[in-house]
Design a protein around this ligand. Structure first.
Ligand code: PLP
Length: 350
């Protein structure tokens, strides 16, 4: 007999495969991270903060909201920070939905949306992405009912890297004015595609973003939500006052002061590494989904064997099923040197 709600006791935890990951031993191409260290300025800011004996003081966030708002080109009252975008996703779903509401979550996609929707005991409708047609816009539109309280649009989607056109997102926001439209722009820096400029016009639009991916700081956990002022005020009623840790704010402050570090990395991944892997896969006639992000979802004939052989060569990638239960490997792209090593290893494995 559990003291918890029965659906919570019966759920499974979201457990990413972290065991044995070691960035000193492995080339980590499994979590869509930045595959290079952060800038010396970020490291120094953290060291200075610790040496200044500030760890015993509760967090105070200074002007970080203004700096993030400036970076995004929105107003400061349209932004709030979160403990990674995972917390942003959870806050939005918890605050918008009640048990039994309908959530439209096109799949396959990032696991956290389902996890948070299940915690709220929502009915999940899952239109399928396809390699040929991308985002299932019509199926999403057709699934909207008067019980729909949440529609999730990951732009671009994970694991497939599929982009979603701005007009499609806004059409959906218009068609479901009573639903929270959660647009996850976790990989924004790779695409520069955003709807954050539309949050004033569309009061049901909520954008989540993060410093975990392109900025290379998943360990300190800083995400943010961009939405209309009233939504941000409501969500701030739910987020704790210290949910974001001070080290995260120190690191991100320093990272934002040196944006070229991130921009150069993004440029190399998108303009050099991505064409390199695509050319290799095309030449080998191996199927993959067209991606606009720093990862490609590849369908080898023997995916588990390829995964195992790459692991033996100290390269980690991530197995992900499509909606027909076909197994693909999602491979994160690093810089040119790392991609050359990946391609050489793949060539010998295949
Ligand atoms: C689409 C998507 N959203 C959100 C996240 C989580 O990001 P964060 O580290 O900010 O919680 C990920 C991480 O893989 C992701 O792929």
């Amino acid at each position: 007999m559990s003291v918890f709600k029965s659906h919570i006791s019966q759920m499974g935890a979201y457990k990413p495969p972290l065991e044995g990951r070691d960035n000193h031993q492995h080339l980590l191409l499994d979590f869509n991270e930045r595959v290079l260290p952060v800038s010396p300025a970020v490291k120094q800011a953290l060291i200075d903060f610790i040496n200044d004996d500030q760890l015993q003081v509760y967090p105070a966030y200074g002007d970080i909201i203004h700096k993030i708002a400036d970076y995004c080109g929105v107003k400061p009252d349209q932004v709030m920070t979160t403990n990674g975008s995972d917390q942003g996703i959870d806050l939005i779903i918890r605050s918008a939905c009640r048990e039994g509401d309908e959530a439209i979550i096109p799949g396959p996609t990032f696991a956290m949306y389902h996890q948070c929707a299940k915690i709220e005991n929502l009915n999940i409708i899952e239109p399928a992405y396809s390699r040929e047609n991308g985002f299932p816009k019509q199926a999403v539109m057709d699934a909207i009912t008067d019980k729909t309280r949440l529609i999730v649009i990951a732009n671009p989607n994970n694991p497939c890297g599929t982009p979603i056109a701005r007009n499609d997102i806004l059409d959906i926001a218009k068609a479901a004015p009573e639903a929270a439209i959660l647009v996850d722009e976790c990989y924004f820096e790779y695409t520069r595609q955003t709807v954050c400029d539309a949050v004033e016009q569309y009061p049901n639009l909520l954008v989540t973003r993060t410093f975990s991916k392109t900025w290379g700081l998943p360990s300190v956990r800083l995400g943010y939500i961009i939405s209309g002022k009233d939504n941000i005020n409501a969500l701030l009623n739910v987020r704790g006052p210290y949910d974001v840790n001070q080290l995260a704010v120190v690191a991100i402050d320093a990272a934002l002061a040196n944006p070229e570090y991130t921009q150069e990395y993004v440029k190399e991944v998108i303009e050099v590494s991505k064409p390199m892997i695509e050319a290799f896969l095309d030449k080998q006639k191996i199927e993959y989904w067209p991606s606009v992000a720093n990862y490609v979802w590849v369908f080898f004939k023997q995916p588990s064997l390829v995964e195992q052989k790459l692991k033996e060569a100290n390269i980690l990638v991530r197995p992900k099923m499509d909606s027909q239960a076909k197994l693909g490997l999602r491979i994160t792209l690093g810089n040119k040197q790392q991609t050359t090593h990946l391609i050489d290893t793949l060539a010998s494995v295949l």
